[in-house]
Design a binder for this molecule. Structure first.
Ligand SMILES: Nc1ncnc2c1ncn2[C@@H]1O[C@H](COP(=O)(O)OP(=O)(O)O)[C@@H](O)[C@H]1O
Ligand SMILES: O=P(O)(O)OC[C@H](O)CO
Length: 496
């Protein structure tokens, strides 16, 4: 038996999972990642926390599985995307904490570029919208605000990376400075059709090309780990951004297959094959994980606050002690009794793209309790995801694709109340696979392909198994009524 080691560096935690060659998890380890909020709307991670927690969980997972490094055929890396780091190529020292994808400090800069009419060019080249969510404005901020950074970059001394690139750099001790297409396509600097960094966009954001990593397919040779890290070298053969990795791990390899991941945020992706499609309904185009030489595309919509609303109930309102308690609290009332919660803490993502929106709770009466708010919070995750799926369905129809079901994963998809409400709103089955760690599984599969263990995608698709199917029971009229109530509350959240 041979094994694959997946490193899954997420927003809230670093995880490592050892899979056997059949795709069964044999061990896993996880460490919470400290979050830093130095100012309102700023979110940072310490790069050394990221690296150390990832390395430590990888070692723990190997120990738990009683495997030494020689049994690991390859490592697959998957990561929170867009999060931006800059470090010194000679010393490996980061110049600043990582600016996390949720960080909104570059909002005004992006608004100015939008006002100058730059958004269409960016959409054309990158498939993305001009928003502070993506890497380029963050990288520009680092170059302009860290003393000496721009001069050092001009001298070729600095390396930029998203978190995959940082982990590859650390694992290979500076021998490999690379990223994969799925991560590159989230930077606002990558021409998704030419598969190369765009000089025009580098000029627009004032980024020197010398800081950029080399871009490779998602299943490829990313070098080997330094021998002292795990006792002997392990090759790195798979890399993908976490949402594209989850799409891959969900075996959504064909046009029209859709998954939604319910983590800190929610991310819905639909595979569109080797064709680039442009959404007319507020979604972005992104590169899907690429197991071979051929470019693969997806449409994507992101909800910024998904499971994070549950964390807010826990840490902000303190009406639950653990995220898992929300299901019982929400189920203690038959419905939200007219309460609607729009958790637009830092604006609203797709399909609204309303950076100025703010969190809003409507419909409160004297009878409202914490349980109603908890229920409304949970429902907000499903409402936002439904808005995404509706947009996606309209785009799909225009391309002659039909969406039959939604495959789900991520930490919050264990919540049956949420999944049932999701199916009710969508009117299509919501399918939860037996293995909900599909993000890590996708990276492991990519590493399996990159190292020659798997020869085709059918092998992977054949392994995908169902845990539960949530079938819609709500009438379509009622579902439409609930969505109308939601859209009404969104208008209030976006009113200025
Ligand atoms: N039972 C639950 N019901 C609803 N949300 C949950 C539940 N358990 C965890 N969550 C939420 O899921 C998120 C964690 O999911 P995870 O996939 O681990 O996130 P990430 O990959 O973004 O770090 C947290 O925001 C947490 O509040
Ligand atoms: O870390 P996650 O799972 O919340 O994913 C973060 C996304 O990649 C951001 O685009």
């Amino acid at each position: 038996m041979t094994y694959l080691l997946a490193l899954d560096q997420g927003t809230s935690s670093s995880r490592s999972i050892v899979f056997d060659e059949h795709g069964y998890a044999v061990s896993s380890a996880q460490a919470e990642l400290p979050q830093h909020y130095p100012q309102p709307a700023w979110v940072e991670h310490d790069p050394l926390d990221i690296w150390r927690s990832q390395l430590e969980t990888a070692r723990q997972a190997l120990r738990q599985a009683s495997l030494d490094a020689s049994r690991i055929r390859a490592i697959g890396i998957t990561n929170q995307r867009e999060t931006t780091l800059l470090w010194n190529r000679h010393t490996g020292q980061p110049l600043h904490r990582a600016l996390v994808w949720q960080d909104r400090r570059t909002e005004a800069f992006c608004a100015a570029l939008r006002d100058q009419g730059r958004a269409p060019l960016i959409r054309e080249k990158t498939g993305l919208v001009l928003d502070a969510y993506f890497s380029a404005p963050k990288l520009r901020w680092l170059l302009d605000n860290v003393t000496g950074a721009r001069d050092a970059a001009e001298r070729g001394e600095l390396a930029f990376g998203t978190i995959d690139t940082w982990l590859i750099w650390q694992l290979t001790q500076g021998r490999v400075h690379a990223t994969d297409v799925s991560n590159a396509s989230r930077t606002l600097l990558f021409d998704i059709e030419r598969s190369d960094w765009s000089d025009e966009l580098l000029g627009l954001f004032n980024i020197p090309r010398s800081v950029l990593p080399e871009v490779r397919p998602s299943a490829a040779d990313y070098g080997t780990t330094a021998p002292e890290l795990f006792g002997q070298p392990i090759r790195i053969a798979g890399v993908a951004g976490d949402q594209q990795s989850a799409l891959f791990g969900q075996a959504c390899h064909k046009p029209g297959q859709v998954k939604n991941t319910y983590g800190t945020g929610c991310f819905m992706l639909m595979h569109t094959g080797d064709q680039r499609h442009t959404s007319r309904h507020g979604l972005i185009t992104t590169r899907a994980a690429q197991p071979s030489a051929d470019a693969q595309y997806a449409l994507e919509g992101s909800v910024f606050i998904g499971g994070a609303v549950v964390q807010w109930l826990r840490d902000g309102l303190r009406c639950i002690r653990a995220s898992t308690e929300i299901e019982a609290l929400a189920a203690s009332v038959p419905d939200s009794d007219g309460v609607v919660f729009v958790p637009a803490f830092g604006g609203l993502g797709a399909p609204y793209w309303e950076p100025e929106a703010r969190g809003t709770i409507t419909g409160l009466t004297r009878g409202a309790t914490a349980a109603h708010i908890a229920r409304a919070a949970l429902e907000s995750i499903a409402f936002q995801s439904t808005a995404l799926l509706r947009a996606m369905r309209q785009d799909a129809e225009q391309q002659g694709l039909d969406i039959h079901e939604l495959r789900v994963d991520g930490g919050a998809c264990v919540n049956n109340l949420l999944m049932q409400f999701q199916a009710d709103l969508l009117g299509i089955p919501v399918v939860r696979p037996a293995h909900i760690e599909t993000t890590a599984l996708g990276a492991a599969y990519l590493a399996g392909i990159g190292s020659g263990l798997y020869l085709d995608l059918d092998t992977i698709a054949a392994r995908w198994r169902t845990d539960a199917v949530f079938t819609p029971v709500m009438s379509r009229d009622q579902a439409e009524g609930r969505m109308a109530q939601w859209e009404h509350a969104v208008r209030q959240a976006t009113a200025r």
